[in-house]
Design a binder for this molecule. Structure first.
Ligand code: UDP
Length: 335
């Protein structure tokens, strides 16, 4: 099968591309390198069946050409990361809505299947956990740019389902919960790689807010497996699915686990949201997926433990540290 992966130089996209190649699919990546990186696909370049184009998913002629060549499109290209969203709301809204529109319009010409990536952010401030795909969404006011991300992805979902109902495009919507693993950078504010880097450098680990807020962290290999299973399941078409782990941790506890896994003596400090993001920033207290629908339809649910995930991320960050930076465990072993 020919698979177009938009955002394929990104964190999830590059892992997906790798797995698709492994199972014998041909992969074409489209990425504008805004948050993705060539480093993420360097090991795939030159492999049989792999190709890439550097360009924007907002470029309609280009998107049309590539969607036409593919049997299925996995649309991951998006403006991601809470910090980016707060700093560049116009870019976020325009990228997320415009690119999805371009992909779906191209797919509609020959009713090509599209998998649209969404996010657990769409559940907004809802406190009804675990979150089920059919529950109400509860977004904050338009004066808070944070909610622009959730709203842009919710609009993507509506657009995808509308293209399905009105134009016969087979779509699957996946809501990724906090997905982590090797290759994710902390550059856009994602907590686990940020904590791992801070711990390995012996810098203070910055817990935003009280640290009592909790999240469930899923391994990217599980997220990719879930995606592939959905792609292969006809009953998944025209449906929305959560993909994520159900093992919950507070962010403070996460900081402690990362510090321990890194063998670090870093101090754990709290930073007010107003300093970390912007005045009036609203965080979600809990975010837990209900993955019974995913399991019922595909027979799969993410199972990698948080301990294994933390270990994997710490190792990945350790490999990325410049040779001159303090390598906590090695430094300790040598002393
Ligand atoms: N967070 C933190 N320190 C950081 C980055 C993030 O305490 O350096 C917190 C953030 O406020 C949120 C949680 O960690 O409560 C998860 O943040 P992330 O941006 O990774 O994902 P989100 O769940 O907000 O999409």
């Amino acid at each position: 099968m020919n698979v177009l992966v938009t955002g394929g130089c990104g964190f999830i996209g590059s892992h997906l591309a790798e797995r698709l190649l492994e199972r014998g699919d041909r992969v074409l990546v489209l990425d504008d390198l805004s948050t993705g990186s060539m480093d993420n696909i360097a090991h795939l370049v030159g492999r049989p069946g792999f190709s890439y184009r550097i360009g924007s998913a907002l470029d309609r002629p280009l998107v049309t050409e590539l969607v036409d060549r593919a049997d299925v499109t996995v649309h991951l290209a998006a403006a991601v990361g809470v910090r980016l969203i707060v700093e560049r709301p116009v870019h976020t809204i325009e990228t997320n809505v415009g690119a999805t529109e371009a992909v779906l319009a191209a797919a509609a010409k020959k009713q090509k299947p599209v998998i649209v990536a969404s996010t657990s952010e769409v559940y907004g401030k809802s406190t009804t956990v675990p979150f089920r795909e059919d529950q109400d969404l509860q977004l904050g006011p338009t004066s808070h740019s944070r909610w622009a991300y959730a709203c842009s992805k919710a609009l993507d979902e509506w657009l995808a389902l509308a293209y399905s109902h009105e134009k016969g495009v087979p779509v699957i919507v996946v809501r990724f919960f906090n997905t982590v693993g090797p290759r994710q950078t902390g550059r856009y504010g994602m907590v686990l790689p940020s904590f791992a880097r801070q711990a390995l450098r012996g810098e203070p680990i910055t817990v935003f807010g009280t640290g009592d807020q909790s999240r469930c962290f899923g391994h990217v290999k599980d997220a990719v497996e879930g995606l592939l299973r959905l792609m292969d399941t006809p009953a998944a078409v025209n449906e929305v699915f959560n993909i994520g782990s159900t093992e919950e941790t507070t962010i403070r506890r996460l900081a402690e686990r990362v510090r321990d896994a890194a063998g670090s003596k870093s101090e754990i400090v709290t930073v007010p949201y107003s300093e970390a993001y912007a005045a009036g920033f609203e965080d979600m207290l809990r975010r837990v997926p209900d993955v019974t629908k995913l399991e019922r339809v595909t027979g799969f649910r993410p199972r990698t433990s948080l301990d294994d995930i933390v270990a994997d991320v710490v190792e990945d960050q350790r490999r990325r540290l410049p040779a001159s930076a303090p390598m906590t465990r090695r430094a300790q072993a040598a002393s």
